[in-house]
Design a protein around this ligand. Structure first.
Ligand SMILES: Cc1cc2nc3c(=O)[nH]c(=O)nc-3n(C[C@H](O)[C@H](O)[C@H](O)COP(=O)(O)O)c2cc1C
Length: 189
């Protein structure tokens, strides 16, 4: 089972990278195969054509992300909340792809500088991920006060956060394994 962790803030002073690092560290500690897809590292152009529209002739960076998304069994999306919606680089990255997501689950991790943990962005993401064919698992993982709760390496001493992540991950893994087993036996419809 392989997981893509998608993170989409490209601000110079971005804080959510702390949460993305936390997730990656947690998956590594549990021996779970994962890849961080950071929009800062994968600088996709503003959407012109979707991957499929390049018909095998996509620019290198668009191709690289396609290969990763195609190879994974589930997506953990780490999203900030910009004006109650998604960060634009995250939406831009997600919109480039389609069939890569199909019949695989997503898990929604949101964060904010304030106390609400990006829950309004999570509600947008529910709609977006459903349309993309990677419906989100019920439990979300909202992280408030991101700059205070995590250091730059993604460590936290907040036990409430650690417990919340554990609950979220157990459920996400359950759905990821279930859908993988079904794809392995029956393929995609
Ligand atoms: C353009 C913009 C809009 C924002 N809108 C919200 C918002 O609607 N709700 C909120 O809780 N925080 C909002 N914030 C504050 C973010 O929660 C905080 O800056 C967070 O660190 C952004 O994620 P990033 O650092 O990974 O880019 C906003 C920040 C920016 C830059």
């Amino acid at each position: 089972m392989k997981i893509a962790v998608i993170y989409g803030s490209v601000r110079q002073n971005r804080q959510g990278i702390r949460v993305a690092k936390y997730i990656v560290n947690q998956l590594n500690e549990r021996g779970m195969d994962n890849t961080l897809v950071d929009a800062m590292d994968h600088q996709l152009p503003f959407l012109d054509k979707m991957y499929k529209e390049y018909k095998g002739d996509a620019p290198e960076e668009i191709e690289n992300v396609h290969q990763i998304f195609e190879s994974v069994d589930g997506f953990i999306i780490v999203s900030g909340e910009y004006n109650h919606g998604l960060p634009p680089a995250l939406k831009n990255l997600l919109d480039h792809y389609q069939s890569e997501y199909h019949f695989k689950p997503s898990g929604l991790v949101t964060y904010s500088a304030g106390m609400f943990g990006g829950v309004r962005a999570a509600m947008h993401l529910r709609a977006v991920t459903s349309e993309l064919g990677m419906p989100s698992v019920p439990t979300t993982f909202p992280v408030p006060s991101v700059g205070k709760n995590f250091d730059e390496e993604g460590n936290t001493d907040n036990e409430h956060i650690a417990r919340g992540f554990d609950r979220f991950l157990k459920e996400f893994v359950w759905y990821t394994e279930a859908l993988k087993a079904k794809r392995d036996t029956d393929g995609k419809p």
